[in-house]
Design a protein around this ligand. Structure first.
Ligand code: FAD
Length: 621
């Protein structure tokens, strides 16, 4: 049957990529259909109920700055918020929230159901309508045909999904959900390069069976951090603590004794797993000299006793999982509510995509999320937003848009994927960005909201709030620059008390704010009224303190640019280059770049690593 309405954009899959894609397209005024297996699983967190963390919160804030849903849903569902790297510089500071998975999902579903121009339909897509080299629509597994100008595919871990628990296998998209086999088979007929990846999840535990008295408590930060630029603490539900447990030698013995029953070590799983989220059997095997690994015991929500033991993802058989869990102090009597498992799935080589995330082989077809070889909700959401926005622009006959590497982590993510591809699940890190002093989580709105407004992604309420904030930052920075403190004045005495040093000459408040020992609260009141908006004060302070570092980074970038053409000898032994990490050595040895410029574009090869290579080359001469 042909569905009577025609859509501008069809999005397949209601996970993190699909929901951001559908919302972006609908916000831009396109009639959008979100076609998903099950409306109950819209916005479902397949694994850890947590959003953000290092490199990832930068993406969440960029999604938010462009009008997306993930940041607000996190504020509505977050039950423990922390700022990681709080004592380090703002470039690497990252907000992380433990979420109540039910509240998070409800927040996403609410935004989808209330979005104008968006139609939701529950059905599995089984086929694409392809006319020559252009996609024209989608056919569901029950034969309903939907027509559209563009299609965005966001099917996550579902294509050809195989679940492993020990040596037992079953077909599934994730536990409890069917795989997408018809669509996977159809896509394998098209000229895309397809391969397999794997990821895994730990067993879940019943909190009633855990002895929290022997675990270390980890409360959230006070004052509670906020994720969205439009969020506030009043939106947060009740806040709770996480706890920390540890594996021990007995745990590791159990794992070693059963490695032959692990599908990964017995060769049953062929897909490559996530390097930065390894299974416990991987960790114990790779770091055999480590006597213990941390396990974060994280609540799955406020209205459930289920716990997520972060750090013991595993595909070992259930009886071994139970022994592993019960070998850990505090978990001796733990009841497992759901076994851990690994899943293998199809992904497409992202080098077959353009910067817009449109495929090179089929016009008007876009790919976003885990199917492009990434791991994580944040990487998926960011790609979804970009693909949704470009699918909408194509439907309207407009040119594609994407941010550059120096504008956004989203730019870094897409550029890494489409130019370098990936052999393992790709996770975002701050080290992947060359310009990370410019790309902070705190200034994502200043970097992107204006572009989002021009693209039609940012609504009036967000634009008004952003404009007020931006003007307040400019006004306050100008006020501090024009306010002077004279030596011997009461203001100078206050500075002397704070720093232990007398003021030698006249200084503006802005110059004083650049000093490491002084913060906004120390100087802003010394002449005139300080602002009482935390976000404005934070931004004024960071901009003042970081200008010098940003300028220095620019010099470093310019210096590296001058050496871009420097050749890397074909016989260079990267193992001998002192100061490079094992991962970077491995990547360089595999890729064998011909010049420093090529080396610098390899995913994970940082500007610091390029400088080390340059020094090594100079020493060789
Ligand atoms: P998904 O969230 O998988 O969403 C896909 C959506 O598409 C679903 O709604 C599905 O129902 C729908 N769909 C699929 N096929 C069809 C079809 N034919 N028709 C209609 N709808 C369809 N990430 C980490 O960062 N760290 C981890 O440790 C980690 N562990 C994981 C463990 C497991 C077991 C799983 C399953 C995932 C794990 N992830 C992990 C990955 C994380 O869940 C994904 O990165 C993220 O969910 C990807 O979002 P997505 O939107 O691309 O896909």
């Amino acid at each position: 049957m042909e569905y009577p309405d025609r859509f501008d954009v069809i999005v397949i899959g209601g996970g993190h990529a699909g929901t951001e894609a559908a919302l972006a397209s609908a916000r831009m005024g396109c009639q959008t259909l979100l076609l998903t297996h099950n409306i109950e699983t819209l916005g479902q967190m397949s694994c850890n109920p947590a959003i953000g963390g290092i490199g990832k919160s930068h993406l969440v804030k960029e999604i938010d700055a462009l009008g997306g849903a993930m940041g607000l849903a996190t504020d509505l569902g977050g039950i423990q918020f922390r700022v990681l790297n709080a004592r380090k510089g703002p470039a690497v500071r990252a907000t992380r929230a433990q979420a109540d998975r039910v509240r998070y999902k409800a927040a996403i579903r609410g935004m989808l159901e209330n979005a104008p121009n968006l139609t939701i339909f529950q059905q599995a897509a089984g086929d694409l309508i392809v006319d020559g080299d252009t996609v024209r629509g989608v056919v569901t597994e029950t034969g309903i045909r939907f027509r559209a100008e563009t299609v965005v595919l966001c099917t996550g871990t579902f294509l050809g999904g195989v679940i492993h628990i020990g040596l037992e296998q079953s077909r599934g998209g994730r536990a409890g959900d069917p795989p997408s086999n018809a669509l996977a088979n159809r896509l394998r007929e098209l000229p895309f390069r397809v391969d397999r990846l794997k990821t895994g999840t730990p067993p879940r535990l019943d909190a009633k069976s855990v002895d929290f008295s022997v675990l270390e408590e980890q409360p959230g930060d006070t004052p509670t951090p906020v994720m969205s630029f439009l969020g506030n603490r009043e939106m947060h539900p009740r806040q709770v603590s996480c706890h920390i447990a540890h594996t021990n030698e007995r745990t590791h013995e159990i794992i070693f004794a059963n490695l032959d029953r692990s599908p990964m070590y017995s060769g049953v799983i062929e897909g490559v797993g996530p390097r930065y989220c390894p299974s416990i059997e991987d960790k114990v095997h790779r770091f055999a000299d480590k006597a213990s690994h941390q396990v974060f015991i994280e609540p799955e929500g406020l209205d459930t006793h289920e716990l997520y033991p972060n750090g013991i993802s595993t595909s070992l058989p259930f009886d071994v999982q139970l022994q592993v869990v019960r070998s850990i102090k505090g978990l001796e009597n733990a009841h497992i509510t759901r076994p851990g498992y690994a899943i293998e799935y199809d992904f497409f080589d992202p080098r077959d995509l353009r910067h817009s995330l449109e495929t090179k082989f089929i016009h008007n077809l876009f790919f976003a999320g885990q199917i492009n070889g990434t791991t994580g909700y944040e990487e998926a959401g960011a790609q979804g937003l970009l693909a949704g926005l470009n699918a909408a622009r194509r439907a309207k006959g407009l040119e594609a848009w994407w941010p550059r590497r120096d504008e956004a982590y989203l730019g870094v993510l897409v550029d890494d994927l489409i130019t370098l591809g990936t052999k393992e699940p790709y996770r975002m890190f701050t080290s992947r960005a060359e310009y990370r002093l410019l790309l902070r989580e705190d200034n994502a709105d200043l970097r992107l909201t204006e572009a989002g407004r021009e693209l039609g992604l940012v609504d009036d309420a967000r634009w008004a709030a952003f404009s007020v904030k931006r003007e307040a930052i400019e006004r306050e920075s100008a006020r501090l620059k024009a306010s002077w403190v004279q030596p011997g004045s009461p203001a100078a005495e206050a500075i002397e008390v704070r720093t232990g040093k007398p003021l030698a000459r006249e200084y503006s408040l802005l110059d004083l704010l650049k000093r490491p020992e002084l913060g906004y609260a120390d100087v802003a009141h010394l002449a005139g009224e300080p602002v009482n908006d935390e976000a404005v004060a934070e931004q004024v302070q960071i901009q003042a303190k970081y200008q010098g570092y940003i300028d220095r980074q620019q010099d470093e970038i310019d210096k590296l640019k001058r050496h871009e053409a420097t050749p890397l000898p074909a016989d260079l032994d990267y193992a001998q280059v002192e100061g490079l990490s094992h991962e970077i050595r491995q990547k360089l040895a595999e890729a064998r770049p011909e010049t420093l410029a090529q080396a610098s574009r390899i995913s994970g090869v940082t500007p610091a690593a390029v400088s080390i290579l340059l020094i090594h080359l100079k020493k060789r001469r």
